[in-house]
Each structure stands twice: as C-alpha cells, then as structure tokens.
Design a protein around this ligand. Sequence first.
Ligand code: COA
Length: 158
Amino acid sequence: MSQYPLSDLTFKSLSEGEEIPYSLLLLADPSKEMIDGYLGPSQIYIAEQGGKIVGTMVLQPLGNNLIEIKNIAVLEELQGKGIGKYLIENAIQIAREMKMRYIQIGTANSSIGQLYLYQKMGFEIEGVKRNYFTDNYMEKIYENGIEAKHMIMLVKLL
Ligand code: COA
C-alpha cells in the first residue's frame, strides 16, 4: 500500500437535497435504474478530501439485524490507496452503532479484487445469487476477462 494520506479524509452521510454522486455509484453498478431502485430505503455516505468527494457508499438496513452495503466506490485515480477499506471500516462502525448483528455485501464472481478485499476485512461467503447479473442487466459485464454472471454474497458477524 502506498503512503497516501488518509488522515485528512472526512466521512459523512449525504443530506436530503444534496447531489447524489452518480458518477461514483455507476463505477460499482453500471445500471442507474438498479441504483435508483435501492437508493430509496438506503442512506448514502461520502468520503471527502479537500472538499472533493473521493468515495461513496450506500447502506440499506434489511431487517433481522442485517444491513447491506449496496454500493461502494472510490474515484478511479484514487483506488488502491486505502479509501475503500476506510469506507468499509466506517460501515462496520455505523452498523455496530445501529446494533446490527450482520453486515453483508454482494459482488460479482468476476470481481476478484473486491472478493479479496471483503474477505480480508472479515466477510465470509454466505451464498450465491445465481445468474443475478445475466438476469438483471441488459449488457454483458466482463471483469478480469471473466463474465459477471453470479452475485457472491458475503457476510460479516458484527
Ligand atoms: N484488485 C486487486 N486488489 C484490490 C482491488 C482490486 N480491484 N480493490 C482493492 N484491492 C485490495 C488492495 O490492494 C488492498 O490490499 P492490501 O490491504 O493488501 O494492500 C485492499 O484491497 C484495500 O484496498 P483499498 O485501497 O482500500 O481499495 P479501494 O480504495 O480501491 O476501494 C473499491 C475498493 C472496490 C471500492 C474500489 O476499487 C472501486 O471503487 N472499484 C470500482 C467500483 C467497484 O467495483 N465497487 C465494488 C462493487 S462490489
């Protein structure tokens, strides 16, 4: 990990009326329709540095003491510097403050780096939503030379 200064990062929830950071959200989810579908019952959070939004995350409580990270994204030019880890640490802290028992995140079978990051942060594979991407997205999605077909669900006990 490079010596990128994370100390001046600030984290906050997006207030009603503030601009939704779609360009970031679309990095994690190429469908605006899907994003709009889960924003309603969710809270959007942003990480800022020097007044600029550098990352975002969407949390949605699902009931039964379970909360899901529905979207997480970092500006392309700042990826790999610890901001994603910082966002997930904040998600875990918020979930604990909300007295949640589990936090979950879903990612594609092709998202190798994300599967690495989430497992390194204590999430464990809980299940697979087979054909989630082929059933819900018009366009085929490829990452790392692999077609994104299935959603791998990972859960961390809080
Ligand atoms: N490939 C390989 N390793 C990756 C990786 C990737 N795509 N993304 C993260 N990692 C690793 C880092 O190397 C680092 O490892 P280390 O702790 O051993 O050094 C660790 O995960 C933490 O990485 P970090 O710098 O905090 O991640 P990030 O700031 O790049 O944020 C994402 C991670 C996924 C949010 C970010 O890369 C992103 O916005 N990607 C595009 C959108 C996306 O795919 N969102 C997730 C959808 S499920």
